[in-house]
Design a binder for this molecule. Structure first.
Ligand code: ADP
Ligand code: MG
Length: 345
């Protein structure tokens, strides 16, 4: 199919009695920034390794740009993998590290020099060519790994938790840069992470993995606002579910419902509740967390269960916030934010 960078069909991988990946179907378009999100052990790396060709599937197929590559070796596939530990050659300079793959491919020296310079500029490492990896910071090493990937101009770049070793500040900075670089070069990125915020902020689309299966595929907004399963509702964003008796009382019908914390307003218990098209529930504040720009309220509902509400701190100070602990409150949200989580298959 034209415009399709990757197609996985019925992809499975079994190690002994462990089913690492079971029956994954996935299509990733040319130029997409696609993330695979899931907890540790959910099969993300195994899928990536099967796309790269480091691992043979137990069953199913891998197609790249419309060609079945299931039985091809890694070097016969137009992909490049960036590993979490960067895998740089410590005895080589930055320039030599980046040039290595071109040298192996016998690209002429002059072209090699140009392309290495271009790749280093792309990751903002101009002037660092003569250094060795040991003379670089973690973030800079990460950039060298990226330059090394870009210099070969692969059609697809596979990144396995590439920011995992960086501290939070650097990580957030690299998220923005990585996304900008992807936009500039137009290469398809498949990005593995266990960090839901990272996946939501960076991706055009993402797949949520659990126990070797894809629970849901969609845009960040689709995944966040309309989780297809209970697992997705809990793993992406704060788990905020109404179920059982609480669902019957508050929503008015049985089932499991998800309401995002930032959609819920925290009012005085005595506040009027008869706004049209709104749901309301009273309860007691069990915990209140001052976050600087916002405050998180954990409220035990009279109807049973607990909801989290997130309020922007427009006028509230940290002292005001502390006074809320144990207070009686009324929660109020628009019905369009009550999302019914489909029952398990
Ligand atoms: P993730 O990257 O999401 O953390 P992995 O793909 O690494 O998950 O692993 C998925 C499952 O497969 C885990 O239960 C893991 O222990 C198992 N697994 C992965 N690689 C191997 C292997 N080479 N041998 C045996 N089991 C493996
Ligand atoms: Mg992994």
């Amino acid at each position: 199919m034209q415009g399709m960078a990757i197609r996985l069909q019925g992809l499975s991988k079994t190690y002994g009695r462990t089913e690492a990946v079971s029956g994954v179907d996935l299509e990733i378009a040319d130029g997409e920034f696609f993330s695979m999100l899931g907890p540790s052990g959910s099969g993300k790396t195994t899928v990536l390794r099967m796309i790269a060709g480091f691992e043979a599937p137990t069953s199913g197929t891998v197609a790249l740009a419309g060609r079945d590559v299931t039985r091809l070796a890694p070097f016969e596939r137009d992909v490049h993998t960036v590993f979490q530990d960067y895998a740089l050659f410590p005895h080589m300079t930055v320039e030599q590290n980046v040039a290595y793959a071109l040298k192996v491919r016998k690209v002429p020296k002059a072209e090699r020099r140009d392309r290495v310079r271009e790749a280093l500029a792309r990751v903002r490492l101009d002037g660092f060519g003569a250094r060795r990896p040991s003379q670089l910071s973690g973030g800079q090493r990460q950039r060298v790994a990226l330059a090394r990937a870009l210099v070969g101009r692969p059609r697809v770049l596979l990144l396995d938790e590439p920011l995992g070793a960086l501290d939070l500040k650097l990580r957030e900075q690299m998220q923005i840069e990585l996304k900008a670089i992807q936009r500039e070069v137009g290469i398809t990125f498949v990005f593995v992470t266990h960090d839901q915020e990272e996946a939501l902020t960076m991706s055009d689309r993402l797949a949520v993995f659990q126990q070797g299966r894809i629970e849901q595929t969609g845009t960040p907004a689709e995944i966040y606002e309309r989780p297809a399963t209970r697992f997705v509702a809990g793993f992406v964003g704060t788990s905020n579910l109404l179920e059982g008796q609480a669902a019957e009382q508050v929503v008015g019908s049985p089932g499991t419902y998800s309401i995002r914390p930032e959609k819920i307003r925290v009012l005085k218990e005595s506040a009027t509740a008869d706004e049209p098209e709104h749901s309301t529930a009273t309860g007691t504040v069990a915990e209140v967390v001052y976050l600087g720009d916002a405050t998180r309220f954990l409220v035990d509902l009279d109807a049973g269960g607990r909801l989290t509400a997130l309020q922007q701190n427009l006028e509230t100070s940290s002292e005001d916030v502390a006074a809320y602990r144990g207070a009686r409150v009324r929660l109020l949200w628009h019905d369009r934010h009550t999302f019914r989580v489909p029952a398990p298959r």
